[in-house]
Structures are given as structure tokens and as C-alpha cells.
Design a protein around this ligand. Structure first.
Ligand code: SAH
Length: 471
């Protein structure tokens, strides 16, 4: 329904009535860091979010946008450096959002992640739950085993790069800082072959052209590389020759795919793919367990930290060989298979059919016979397990950012595991779910343990262990 004319006019007037105006320049002192890693300064209680600004820094800021409740500003001049500032950071990485915390010293990044969980617990009146120090990496760069790089034409040439944050400006780039350096090299080789074959890059405005993204995955231990060319069109002229050329330039590339994404969308991969050359999967390991990985299956991007997380999960589970375990949101079965050898039976559930195909194959690959995998939404499968009277001893959750569905939480109470191990990639939904579980017969044992799975970025990964209070 439309508002009466007067009210509309009034509300428009109100919107302009902010303590700062667009294009205004003013001196402010940064007080806080938002969860996205932006500096926060207050002008009469009105928060201004400022890129590349850290608490205790006094700056001359230029207001870029002033909405009713908050604004955005950029730094014109910085008068002092925070003791936490990493002085050799490069603005390109901050601007592209590849490494939004690169200007913060690593120790401070780790503290920042711990504090984020603490603050959310505090807001939820769960202060009794402690948070341990974040376990970080010895070398917090070049850790990603997967890259998804946009491709565009720049001055008539196909270029790989990245988009500036909050804009559609494409920035050509070759050193991606947080990726496995070999991935950067393969990317250059793929770019050269695409230029040689004169394959045009995607044009977003016209929804024309061919190559949208280059996705590269590299096994941390195996060194095997998979290249996926994401195309707008089904047609990829000379696709097979092109793939063979990539493989002859890079001996470690064992698999080249075309993935077709014809939609006008931000989603990177489409639903169809075609193997152009080589093997259908690459292999890698985590804690000595082998995994075959398909192009669209989820596989943790930071192998070294993932191994630490899975070891922590296994220790928390304290398996004796008699337990029934559910691994919810199991992907290609990584957690299931790392627990199976010490459990009686493991059940995994996952929504992506290809991932479950990989999980089943991975069980065979490792000689594991006590793991059963189901393709289903966790919210459906938990209901089925509850009705079937399944009595798991332990449930491991590793949900996507949106956390656990109400149906999953409610059915967990029926399944009544003695122990829950919750691996979370989003502290906001973790705390929401902990509130439910602690109000319904579970208590958190020990501190929440954050792991730095994504150094230089604002992502916070953690593991929480809960036990049922009544026996
Ligand atoms: N535990 C795995 C995967 C974790 S990522 C690992 O560590 O590798 C989360 C997984 O949840 C993804 O594989 C995603 O496909 C899956 N997923 C997302 N929504 C789901 C749902 N509603 N039910 C089951 N699985 C889901």
C-alpha cells in the first residue's frame, strides 16, 4: 500500500536529517572494528563504517554514503597508526575483498575472531560460555586449495582478476596472496591458452561472450590439479584441444572440465558439466584418509587447518568403538570417514547428490564399511531418523552459514544424542543455535574453540562441544 503523500515527504526529510552528509569531510577517531573488518567511528552515536581504518586511529574521512541509521566513509588522511596495523599491507587486496583483514597484524586477527564470538555470546546472555584463543596458522598466506577467478575482456584481451568491493569494477590481478601459489601459476597458463585459442571472456552487461570464471582446485598433498572453465554458452569451440593444451603446459593438471552456467546470476557454477580431458576427479588426503573430489563437491579450502579441526572433533567425540555417530552436512564424507574407524556405525547426510556419490566412493577407497550416506536435506532426514527410532550417541553438525533449521534442532532433541559437536562457519547462527540447545537439555562443555580457517579474511570458524544434562 502506498503511504499518504505527507507522510512520505516527511520520512524523506527525516532521512536527510543525519549527523553527517554525503561528501562531507570530517576528522574522526575509530572506536571499533565491525564484524566485516571495517573501522567504526561514531558521530553523535551515528556509526560511520570506514574501510582500512583501525581502532585508535584518528583520520580525515570523506563520507561516501549517509543512510538514516549509518554511513560509509573512506580515509583521506590517517594521522596515526594503530599498534595492530600491519604496515606492509597492499590496498589492492583490501579493495577487492580477497583479504579484508590484511591491514591487521595476524595476532590481532586471531584476537578479533575470538572476540566476535564472545560479543555475540554476551548479547545472547550466554556469558558463562568461554571462548578459547583462536588457533592460527604458522604461515597465514597462500593457504587456499581452491580459486574461483572471474574472467573479463580488458582492452580487447582476456584477463583474470577480481571485482572491487561494492562495485562492478574489474581489477586484473595475478598474485592472489592467499591462494596456493601453484594455482596462480596454472591460472596464468590457462589464461595464455584461452588467449591463444581466442576464446572471448564473458560480458556481463550484454550477457554475451564465453568464459565467466576459471575454477582451479589443487590437492594439498597430492598436488593434483583440476581446472574448470565456467562458460555462459554450451558451445566451447575447440574445447578438447584447449583442455589438452592446458594439460601439456601444466603436467600436474589431471582433469579439465567445462561447467555451463547460462543464467544471469552471481552464482559461480551452473548445474551441468562436461569432462573435456583427463580424469573425472582429483584425489587428496586429510589426516591420512584419501578423498576423491568432483568439481561441484564441497571440500574445505584450507587443508592444514581442516586437519586440525577434524583432529579436534575426533578428540572431542572420545570414541571407543561402540558408538553410533551422525555426521550432518557431511559433504564428501570427510568427517564421517575420519571418525568411522573408531566408531561402530556412522551415518552421513548431505543435500548435494554428487558429494554423496564421492562420499560412498571415498568409503570404498579407504576400506571403510561402517559408514552409510544419504542424499537429503538434513531437516528431512533428521525427521526420518527420529521416527525410525535411531539413537545416535554423537551428532556432529557442520552446517552452511545459515546454521541449523528449526526442524533439525527439534528432531535432535528426539534423537537425544549424549554429545553434540558443532563445527560452525558463522558465529551468529552458532550462538542462536546454542541458545536453543542450552535451553533444551544440553550444556556446553569447555570453551568454544575458534580455528583460523580463513586467514586475512573476516570468516570465523569454531568448534563447540555440548553434552546432554539429564541422563
Ligand atoms: N562436513 C563437510 C562439509 C561442510 S560444508 C566438510 O567438512 O567438508 C556444509 C555442507 O552442507 C555442504 O556440503 C552443503 O552442500 C551441505 N548442505 C547445505 N544445506 C544442506 C541441507 N539443508 N541439508 C544437508 N546438507 C546441506
Amino acid at each position: 500500500m502506498s503511504q499518504p503523500f505527507l507522510a512520505k515527504k516527511e520520512s524523506r526529510k527525516k532521512m536527510k536529517n543525519t549527523p553527517v552528509q554525503k561528501n562531507q569531510e570530517l576528522e574522526v577517531t575509530v572506536e571499533d572494528l565491525s564484524y566485516q573488518g571495517r573501522g567504526v567511528a561514531k558521530v553523535d552515536h551515528y556509526p560511520l563504517f570506514i574501510d582500512d581504518a583501525l581502532p585508535s586511529e584518528k583520520i580525515l574521512a570523506h563520507v561516501m554514503k549517509a543512510s538514516r541509521n549509518y554511513g560509509f566513509a573512506k580515509v583521506i588522511k590517517r594521522y596515526n597508526d594503530s599498534p595492530d596495523r600491519q604496515l606492509d599491507s597492499e590496498s589492492a587486496y583490501l579493495q577487492t575483498g580477497i583479504a579484508p583483514l590484511q591491514h591487521l597484524k595476524y595476532e590481532a586477527q586471531l584476537r578479533f575472531k575470538q572476540q566476535q564470538i564472545e560479543e555475540l555470546l554476551h548479547k545472547a546472555h550466554l556469558d558463562q560460555i568461554a571462548v578459547a584463543s583462536t588457533r592460527g596458522m604458522a604461515e597465514p598466506l597462500h593457504y587456499r586449495n581452491k580459486a574461483q577467478i572471474p574472467v573479463r575482456m580488458v582492452n580487447g584481451q582476456l584477463e583474470t582478476g577480481f571485482f572491487r568491493q561494492r562495485s562492478h569494477q574489474f581489477v586484473p590481478m595475478h598474485d592472489f596472496l592467499i591462494q596456493d601459489p601453484r594455482i596462480d601459476q596454472v591460472l596464468e597458463a590457462v589464461q595464455a591458452v584461452l588467449r591463444e585459442f581466442e576464446v572471448p571472456a564473458y560480458n556481463e552487461r550484454q550477457h554475451s561472450g564465453v568464459i565467466r570464471h576459471i575454477v582451479i582446485r589443487r590437492g594439498h598433498y597430492s598436488g593434483q590439479v583440476m581446472v574448470t572453465l565456467v562458460t555462459r554458452s554450451r558451445k566451447l569451440p575447440a574445447g578438447t584441444q584447449l583442455a589438452q593444451q592446458i594439460m601439456s603446459h601444466c603436467q600436474d593438471v589431471v582433469s579439465v572440465y567445462q561447467n555451463i552456467n547460462a543464467d544471469k546470476t552471481n552464482v559461480i557454477m551452473g548445474k551441468q558439466e562436461k569432462l573435456l580431458a583427463g580424469k573425472p576427479q582429483i584425489e587428496d588426503q586429510l589426516n591420512g584418509i584419501k578423498f576423491a573430489i568432483s568439481p561441484r563437491s564441497f571440500f574445505q579450502v584450507n587443508s592444514l587447518q581442516t586437519e586440525k579441526i577434524y583432529q579436534y572433533v575426533a578428540e572431542a567425540a572420545q570414541l571407543s568403538g561402540k558408538e553410533t555417530v551422525i555426521d550432518a552436512y557431511c559433504g564428501i564424507g570427510t568427517i564421517s570417514l575420519s571418525l568411522a574407524k573408531k566408531a561402530k556405525q556412522v551415518y552421513g547426510v548431505e543435500i548435494v547428490a554428487d558429494a554423496i556419490k564421492d562420499a560412498k566412493q571415498n568409503a570404498v577407497l579407504n576400506g571403510i564399511t561402517n559408514a552409510e550416506f544419504k542424499v537429503a536435506a538434513a531437516e528431512e532426514q533428521f525427521g526420518k531418523w527420529a521416527s525410525a527410532g535411531l539413537k545416535p550417541d554423537i551428532v556432529v553438525f557442520d552446517p552452511p552459514r545459515k546454521g541449523l533449521e528449526t526442524k533439525v534442532l527439534e528432531n535432535t532433541l528426539t534423537l537425544a544424542p549424549k554429545k553434540i559437536v558443532y563445527v560452525s562457519c558463522n558465529p551468529a547462527t552458532l550462538v542462536r543455535d546454542l541458545q536453543f540447545l542450552t535451553e533444551n537439555g544440553y550444556q556446553v562443555t569447555g570453551p568454544i574453540q575458534p580455528f583460523d580457517q580463513f586467514p586475512q579474511t573476516n570468516h570465523v570458524e569454531s568448534v563447540t562441544v555440548l553434552e546432554r544434562t539429564e541422563k
